[in-house]
Design a protein around this ligand. Structure first.
Ligand code: IDC
Length: 330
């Protein structure tokens, strides 16, 4: 009898210690349900559609100060976002593939920090291989494979991580070329992380989803195809492409958008932006606004006069920032 009592207390202590470790661990603080792709939609484990809504960082090399715990927690609580995107430029100045080894290490740490902050804040997080001036994803294919192998091994247990493997192929890169690249990267990710959602960029700055829909990638689950728009430049004609893709059963994800023109600057087209948001809501398509910085451009969310890197009030936001926050709260 006495002996039993002792074991009872020991078991109790052990359970308490386990609970303490569990709750102190940032990784499991708020484990979000893993997402899947069903038909054209992103769904939770019960098959219920989930719409991710959030913001993208600017280039991680250029505006690292916005990757911080307070910012992510603030955006989750006050802005009501549920996802954040970490934009890892590959080809630009101090990009992942153009900077030196020290820069690369710093960028990798920023991604790790970003995932940790997002996890703690209860956000889904997209790790974005941000090709842009490098146009063709094959330009840095070797680096991409090495990167995603490393990152997928590291984050295979994180149910809140999504991988975006080529932001915006351009310069005439064909869907065949993108597919060839994507298959290699998907294979590398899947060998490590069996289920995470993978986002695939489409031709012509991720606009030609209708072309991707004619020949989607086969043999893997949980793949989505990327559509990007800037309402100042892209209107109904691009929604037509999206509709054509959906009709063919292609799952779409808007991992970047704005309502300025495609340069990320110029006036805002709120009317067209409202049309787009209606379309996204009706089709339960996830959307991520560009960009979390105070750069002096109309696609920045924070006013250039504001130096705060978290805890923003309405007066610190640009007209675009204010508009986007209204959408999140709808
Ligand atoms: C823009 C930034 C701008 C930067 C430029 C080049 O807003 O400050 O100088 O990139 O690096 C995209 C790209 C995204 C662009 C954005 C606006 O994915 O990197 O950011 N845009 O031009 N596609 C369409 C628009």
């Amino acid at each position: 009898m006495k002996k039993n009592k002792k074991y009872f207390w020991l078991a109790g202590l052990f359970a308490m210690a386990l609970a303490a470790v569990w709750s102190a661990s940032p990784v499991y603080a708020k484990k979000l349900p893993a997402l899947k792709v069903k038909g054209t939609k992103l769904v939770n484990s019960k098959g219920k559609p989930v719409q991710l809504k959030g913001v993208s960082t600017h280039g991680l090399s250029w505006f690292p100060e916005y990757v911080n715990q307070d910012a992510f927690t603030h955006m989750k609580k006050k802005w009501k976002i549920n996802a954040v995107r970490l934009a890892l430029y590959t080809g630009e100045y101090n990009g992942y593939c153009t900077g030196d080894e020290e820069n690369r290490k710093a960028l990798e740490k920023r991604i790790d920090d970003g995932v940790r902050y997002a996890t703690k804040a209860g956000l889904y997080v997209i790790i974005d291989w941000h090709i842009l001036s490098d146009g063709n994803p094959e330009t840095y294919e070797k680096q991409s494979l090495a990167f995603f192998k490393k990152i997928a091994s590291k984050y295979k247990k994180h149910t809140n991580v999504l991988y975006e493997i080529c932001n915006e192929p351009n310069g005439g890169t064909s869907w065949d070329t993108i597919k060839k690249y994507a298959k290699k990267v998907i294979k590398a990710i899947r060998a490590r992380d069996k289920n995470a959602v993978i986002l695939i960029g489409t031709p012509n700055w991720s606009q030609d989803v209708d072309i991707a829909a004619e020949s989607p990638i086969k043999g893997y689950k949980n793949l989505m195809y990327v559509l990007h728009f800037y309402a100042g430049t892209h209107g109904e004609w691009m929604r037509e492409k999206a509709r054509a893709a959906l009709e063919k059963g292609l799952p779409l994800f808007v991992s970047e958008f704005g309502i300025s023109d495609a340069s990320g600057n110029g006036g805002l087209n709120k009317k067209e932006g409202t049309e787009w948001l209606k379309f996204l809501r009706n089709n339960k398509i996830s959307y991520i606004g560009w960009n979390l910085s105070n750069k002096d451009e109309s696609s920045a969310l924070i006013k250039s006069s504001c130096k705060k890197t978290s805890g923003w009030k309405s007066k610190h936001l640009t007209p675009w920032g204010k508009w986007l926050l209204k959408q999140f709260k709808k």
